[in-house]
Design a protein around this ligand. Structure first.
Ligand code: AMP
Ligand code: ZN
Length: 460
């Protein structure tokens, strides 16, 4: 088997992948902040790292790979959204985590082995922060705990930015309680009525970066083999994770290989992001009845580090490629994937080359095995469902209909948006508008019920 080579962002070059322990290969990918529906750009890392996890399992054995992807379920945007809707943050996070799992499941993303939640690891974070203070890498100021950036001479190695760019890029508050403007928050106070935990520094909540460091330590150890996420996470998120963990672990590196995917953009614009308003969600694409395998293939059509331009034409092309593949796949029994496909993936996950090689395979069984390495086997086929349905439905709240196709509820985003709109109307005491929204939804067969923990809905 050819050597696996991965581009390591820290080294700025492709390196041969050698896990610390081939019987326990570890990968951690920063997962979603669950307060809105995932757009197709958010699906790119989920699909890319799903392919990498499949490749690792093929090389090292499924039982020898541990893949963790976290869920950020405490965050200012979640708190704000909960306040706007007059519900507990857990109502928001439960709703959007379910959506995320359904959307990624629909794209053939197998659930990670571990999906740790930030709110379940606050004691681990508190313990790590306390250690950082003890070691002289963090300090308490004005109810906050801050990481002392100048105390870490190696800070900045991952992002390789100069100091001013770092401060500007992090959009860090230049707060009076900071010793240095680059210092970042590990812990911040939470006022009564806002989600918070008791700590040695008063009632508060963690800053964003510390959760991944603490959860990696808890579930995978001081160092992981691969740490992944989108390009936008390199700085400040991964830079800060790296510094915290190294300083808390006497210099042990947080990750041996740093892997980052490039951005997906809407044709003709920049990165797809909610704030730019150029977003198409996975839910919307599925509602338009695009075959989910074609969406997955489209996401894999560019090399993961290259930009990917999303367009209807790309989806149509991907659908045509898929039809060609499925004509050959048939009901053949899976065998070992084709070595050309394995070779392409082993070269820094070259999925466009792997897809081209797939197109040349004539043997149905080999094609099937090769396509399934990319997660592209027809998902309605019996064997896929037998193997995956049980674990997916238990992990990911997917609903399966008896024919074996995934059922995606229509219009959930629409309903959620209407509920948000109604909550905003109520907050402005515009009860007429609020009642109108309720009546409109009722005429569509969607019934709202206001409960102490927020508005819930069901279909009539
Ligand atoms: P978020 O929920 O915004 O933290 O993003 C979840 C993951 O999606 C992170 O790994 C981001 O880097 C990644 N991501 C966000 N937007 C895009 C995009 N337009 N293209 C590719 N990856 C993205
Ligand atoms: Zn992270």
């Amino acid at each position: 088997m050819s050597e696996l080579r991965l581009y390591d962002t820290l080294a700025r070059e492709k390196r041969v992948f050698v896990p610390a322990d081939p019987s326990r290969v570890t990968m951690y990918v920063c997962g979603p902040t669950v307060y809105n529906r995932a757009h197709i750009g958010n699906a790119r890392p989920a699909v890319v790292f799903d392919v990498l996890a499949r490749l690792l399992r093929h090389r090292y054995g499924a039982q020898n790979v541990i893949y963790a992807r976290n869920v950020t379920d405490v965050d200012d945007k979640i708190i704000q959204s909960a306040a706007e809707q007059g519900v507990d943050p857990s109502v928001i996070t439960a709703r959007y985590e379910t959506h995320y799992n359904e959307d990624m499941g629909a794209l053939g993303v197998a659930p990670p082995d571990i999906a740790p939640h930030a709110t379940e690891h606050v004691p681990d974070m508190v313990a790590m922060i306390a250690r950082l203070i003890e070691a002289g890498h963090a300090y308490e100021a004005d109810g906050h705990v801050l990481f002392d950036v100048p105390s870490d001479p190696d800070y900045g190695a991952l992002g390789r930015r100069d100091r001013d760019a770092m401060i500007a890029g992090a959009r860090v508050e230049v707060a009076s309680y900071k010793k240095d403007p680059a210092d970042f928050v590990l812990w911040k106070p939470s006022p009564e009525g806002t989600i918070g935990w008791d700590s040695p520094w008063g009632r508060g909540r963690p800053g964003w970066h510390i959760e991944c460091s603490a959860m990696i330590e808890r579930h995978l150890g001081e160092s992981v083999d691969i740490h992944g996420g989108g390009l936008d996470l390199i700085f400040p998120h991964h830079e800060n994770e790296l510094a915290q963990s190294r300083c808390a672990h006497r210099g042990a590196p947080l990750a041996r290989y740093w892997v980052h995917n490039g951005f997906l953009s809407m044709a003709g614009s920049e990165k797809m992001s909610k704030s730019l308003g150029n977003v198409v969600t996975v839910g919307e694409l599925l509602e338009r009845n695009h075959r989910p395998e074609a969406l997955r293939l489209a996401l894999l059509s560019a090399h993961y580090r290259q930009p990917l331009e999303w367009s209807d034409q790309l989806i149509a092309q991907s659908k045509a490629t898929l039809d060609g593949l499925y004509r050959v796949v048939g009901d053949a029994v899976s065998e070992e994937p084709h070595h050309d496909v394995l070779g392409a993936l082993a070269d820094d996950l070259n999925t466009p080359l792997a897809l081209a090689k797939l197109g040349a395979i004539k043997d149905a069984a080999v094609l099937k095995a090769s396509a399934s390495l990319l997660g592209l086997i027809p998902w309605t086929s019996e064997d896929w469902f037998k193997g995956r349905a049980a674990s997916l439905s238990s992990h990911a709240n997917l609903s399966f209909v008896s024919s074996g196709t995934l059922r995606v509820e229509r219009g959930e985003q629409f309903i959620d948006d209407k509920i948000t709109e109604r909550a905003a109307a109520k907050a402005e005491r515009d009860f007429e508008r609020a009642d109108r929204i309720r009546a409109e939804l009722a005429s569509d067969g969607v019934l709202l019920e206001d409960t102490p923990s927020g508005t819930i809905w069901r279909r009539a």
